[in-house]
Every structure is written in structure tokens, then in C-alpha cells.
Design a protein around this ligand. Structure first.
Ligand SMILES: Nc1ncnc2c1ncn2[C@@H]1O[C@H](COP(=O)(O)OP(=O)(O)OP(=O)(O)O)[C@@H](O)[C@H]1O
Ligand SMILES: [Mg+2]
Length: 455
């Protein structure tokens, strides 16, 4: 199967470095290497060479790494792009991560680092290829079940899903609204041995306090006014399957006690009933609230919190996984084009830039809505800034970028923070220093050290 081979395009203008690189991976039969001497040649080669990974130098005379990254993002959003940046130029590293690179490697590079990055990416690819819902859209496979993502943070989550699916462990999925918590729930259920049994979803926030116990646990005839017949609750319906308790943070304290009992003994009683019923139900919970805060405020029982927080899965907000933006935007573009029978070929560079700069407080759901809207109003062959909401164009113009790094480099984090505050204060050093809580002289020397300057 071709999947065991990683197709790698290495781009550097210096011949000796290309040869060095070739020697470095020559022993490795799992890598099929192609090289190019600049961004333009790389793009030409990509037309016929279907690369999984592109590793490109930042500085090249004819089309450097950053422009190449931008082109790839538009034309081949599912390629993993890694950029080589000069040692000491933190600013370049910041730039490429902002632009949605998968990772960066410092130059002169160490082959062990290159190998590690390749292994990490191929490991991730392998996970995706095991996806049980391949679907015809999967192409080169950068989706896991229905979840799209190639950011390292998403792969950690995919791996967790694989590990936890086979067990009966209770899972608590947290994350901002629109980050895909429900998709995670589905992926766990459909990968578990319970997949052919029911998956019952309950939105705890949508049920009134008086009804929730009866909804969850059922009731006996005559249990309360209106209970004209016996009714089975969601837990009974989910027997042998999975119950998804969405917005778990919203369940009233009274119900929390009953829930605790189900978690501890798998038993419960119907409302108004005396018989103890036993179920074999796997519980997955989700919330966009901070439950430990709710515990502190005594709105959520601490014992219940520990019972459900056995395997926590935290969904990162979209702005913390920039390398997924193109992939998702293009996925939604295809989806809504199919629905509306339009033939839009892609998203223009300017529009893509706006998508990258935006904060996405509504996360993937917001991105999906915005692309759906843009598709409706788009008259041409590609989406352009005019198809995006005006508000969005304005805020991204003013604010520059927000960036959260996946890398754990402390200097890079410091440089990023400095850069961010400078942009927010329109490069007013006095104000920026104040916000960063350092002396102006310190700010100045740090800017010099990291090569941070107004572009
Ligand atoms: N990684 C992803 N790939 C594809 N679609 C996604 C992804 N993440 C989210 N979506 C889509 O975005 C929308 C929102 O996702 P979902 O309903 O799972 O969010 P949520 O975290 O449960 O939000 P809320 O807290 O508001 O309930 C859905 O239409 C979902 O299909
Ligand atoms: Mg949800």
C-alpha cells in the first residue's frame, strides 16, 4: 500500500544542502524524496508529485518559504508544510507559525530533528488512514472519522479517542462552543465495541429542571401530573450503548445526585418507582463551561466532577490551531458548493489571509457558517474578501494576528507575546512595556534580541 511511503518534497536553493538532505533520507525506504531549488519549482513539481510533506527553506531568491507556504495553503491545504528558519531568527519562526505552517525547524538542521518531524507526521497519517469512515472526500486522508484536522493538537486528540474507545471509561469533553465536541463523542462511540448499539444524545441545558430526572431515568405511571403512562428514560434507552450528556454543567444539583449513583453503581430508579434498574451504559459528557469553577461556586458537586472527569479531552479553540483553518475552510467550501450546486474552485489569497487573521470566537461552527454565507453570495470562481462579512474584514485589518503556538519554545513564546502586545498597542513602546510589565529598556533589548521590528 502506498500509505507506508511518505512523499516528501525538500526545497532549498543551495545545492549542497539539498544533497546533504538527500543523503540523510537515502537510507530510509519509507521516504520518497523529491527536491526543488525554490518555491516556483516546488509548485511546478507539486503538480505531478503528490507530496505529503513539504520541507522548505525560508529564504530563497525565487519565491521563499513563506510565499510557498501561502500558495500551498490555497492549492493543497492538506499538505503538511514545515519551514526551515535561520537559527536566532525567532521572528521568522513566529511568522511561519502565524501563516499556518505545521512546524518549523531551525537551520543548520540536525537530521534527528528532521527525522522526528517526519515520524510525527507519518504517525499522524497512519492514524488517519485507519479512519473507519473513509468517505470519498477523504482523498489523502486528513480526517479522522468526520473530524477534520492536521494540527498536532488534533492528533493528540485522535490518539486519545483510539485509546479510550475500546474501554468503558467515562469521558469529559471540554472546550469552547463550536470546537467539535459532539463529533468527538460520535467518534468514540462509533469506534467502540458499542457501535451497533444506541448512542443517545441528551442536551441537559434544553430540559427543564422539573423534567430532567424523568427524561434521564424515566417515570412510572402517575408519578406526577401528566405522567399518564410509564416511560423509559434515556439511560434505559442507552443500555448496552452510549449516553452523551451534553452541557453537563447545566444539570440541577438534585439530578446530580441521581447521576452520581448511576456512575457509581450503574443503578437508578424511575421517577415515582421503587424498583432498582441496572444498565450497562457508557457515559460521555461535554461542557463549554469550566466545571472546576462551578465546583468552587457549589453549582456542581465535586464528587460528581471527579466521577465524570476520568478521561478529559479538551478541544482547543480554532485560533490555537491555525494550520487547520485552510483545511476546514476548503472542506466547507466543497460541502456548500455541492449543496448549492455552485462551482467555486477555491478561496483567494486575500480572503485566506483574512481567515487566518480572524479570532474565531465561534470556532469551527463560525467558520462553517461564514463559508456557507460566502458561497451563497459568491459570483465568481473563487471566494474573495467581499464575500466575507464586513465586520470580519474590519477587525482583521485593525488587529493583526493573534497567535498561540503549539511549540513549547520559551523564547518563541516570549517573542510572540511581545509581538502581539506591540501590534495591539500600535507599536507604542511605552504602552507595550507597561502592558508587558517590564521596563521600556528591557522591552527594547528583547526586541533587538529577537529581531522584532515593525513590518
Ligand atoms: N474538526 C472538525 N471537522 C469538521 N467539522 C467540524 C469540526 N469541528 C466542528 N465541526 C463542525 O462544526 C459544528 C460545531 O461542532 P459541534 O456541534 O461538535 O461543536 P460543540 O463543541 O459541540 O459546540 P457547542 O458547545 O456549542 O455545543 C458542527 O457542524 C460540526 O460538524
Ligand atoms: Mg455541542
Amino acid at each position: 500500500m502506498s500509505s507506508s511511503i511518505t512523499r516528501l518534497l525538500f526545497v532549498d536553493d543551495e545545492g549542497p544542502i539539498r544533497r546533504l538532505f538527500r543523503r540523510g533520507v537515502d537510507q530510509d525506504e519509507s521516504v520518497l524524496l523529491e527536491t526543488a531549488s525554490d518555491g516556483k519549482e516546488a509548485l511546478r513539481k507539486l503538480k505531478t508529485f503528490h507530496a505529503d510533506i513539504v520541507i522548505a527553506d525560508m529564504k530563497m531568491p525565487e519565491m521563499g518559504g513563506l510565499s510557498l507556504l501561502e500558495e500551498i495553503r490555497i492549492r493543497y491545504p492538506d499538505i503538511f508544510v514545515v519551514i526551515l528558519t535561520a537559527y536566532g531568527s525567532i521572528e521568522d519562526a513566529v511568522k511561519v507559525m502565524k501563516a499556518g505552517a505545521y512546524d518549523y525547524i531551525l537551520k543548520p538542521f540536525d537530521f534527528d530533528v528532521i527525522r522526528m518531524v517526519i515520524e510525527k507526521i507519518t504517525g499522524q497519517k497512519r492514524i488517519l488512514e485507519k479512519s473507519i469512515f473513509p468517505g470519498k472526500e477523504r482523498r489523502k486522508g486528513y480526517r479522522f472519522e468526520n473530524i477534520i484536522g492536521q494540527d498536532p493538537k488534533m492528533f493528540e486528540i485522535f490518539q486519545k479517542i483510539i485509546d479510550v474507545a475500546d474501554t468503558n471509561a467515562t469521558v469529559l469533553i471540554t472546550g469552547e462552543s463550536g470546537t467539535g465536541k459532539e463529533l468527538i463523542d460520535e467518534a468514540i462511540h462509533f469506534r467502540s465495541p458499542r457501535r451497533s448499539e444506541p448512542l443517545i444524545k441528551v442536551n441537559c441545558a434544553a430540559i427543564t429542571e422539573t423534567l430532567i430526572n424523568s427524561e434521564l431515568f424515566g417515570h412510572e405511571k402517575g408519578a406526577f401530573t401528566g405522567a399518564t403512562a410509564q416511560k423509559r428514560g434515556h439511560f434505559e434507552l442507552a443500555d448496552r450503548g452510549t449516553i452523551f450528556l451534553d452541557e453537563i454543567g447545566d444539570i440541577p444539583l438534585r439530578t446530580q445526585i441521581s447521576l452520581l449513583r448511576v456512575l457509581e453503581s450503574k443503578t437508578f430508579q424511575r421517577v415515582g418507582g421503587t424498583k432498582t434498574l441496572k444498565v450497562d451504559t457508557r457515559i460521555i459528557c461535554a461542557t463549554n463551561k469550566d466545571l472546576s469553577d462551578a465546583v468552587k461556586e457549589k453549582l456542581f458537586r465535586e464528587d460528581l466532577f471527579y466521577r465524570i472527569n476520568v478521561v478529559p479531552i479538551h478541544m482547543p479553540p480554532l485560533r490555537e490551531r491555525k494550520s487547520d483553518i485552510s483545511l476546514l475552510a476548503n472542506h466547507f467550501l466543497r460541502k456548500y458548493c455541492t449543496e448549492t450546486k455552485k462551482n467555486i474552485l477555491g478561496i483567494s489569497r486575500a480572503a485566506t489571509n483574512i481567515l487566518y487573521r480572524y479570532d474565531w470566537l465561534g470556532n469551527v461552527r463560525e467558520l462553517s457558517n461564514i463559508i456557507e454565507n460566502a458561497v451563497i453570495f459568491c459570483k465568481g470562481r473563487e471566494l474573495i474578501p467581499a464575500n466575507l462579512p464586513e465586520e470580519m474584514r474590519k477587525t482583521t485589518q485593525k488587529k493583526g494576528f493573534t497567535l498561540v503556538l503549539s511549540s513549547r519554545s520559551l523564547p518563541l513564546a516570549e517573542a510572540t507575546m511581545i509581538h502581539k502586545v506591540l501590534e495591539e498597542t500600535s507599536w507604542n513602546l511605552k504602552q507595550a512595556a507597561k502592558e508587558l510589565d517590564i521596563a521600556r529598556g528591557t522591552l527594547y533589548s528583547k526586541m533587538k534580541k529577537y529581531g522584532i521590528e515593525k513590518l
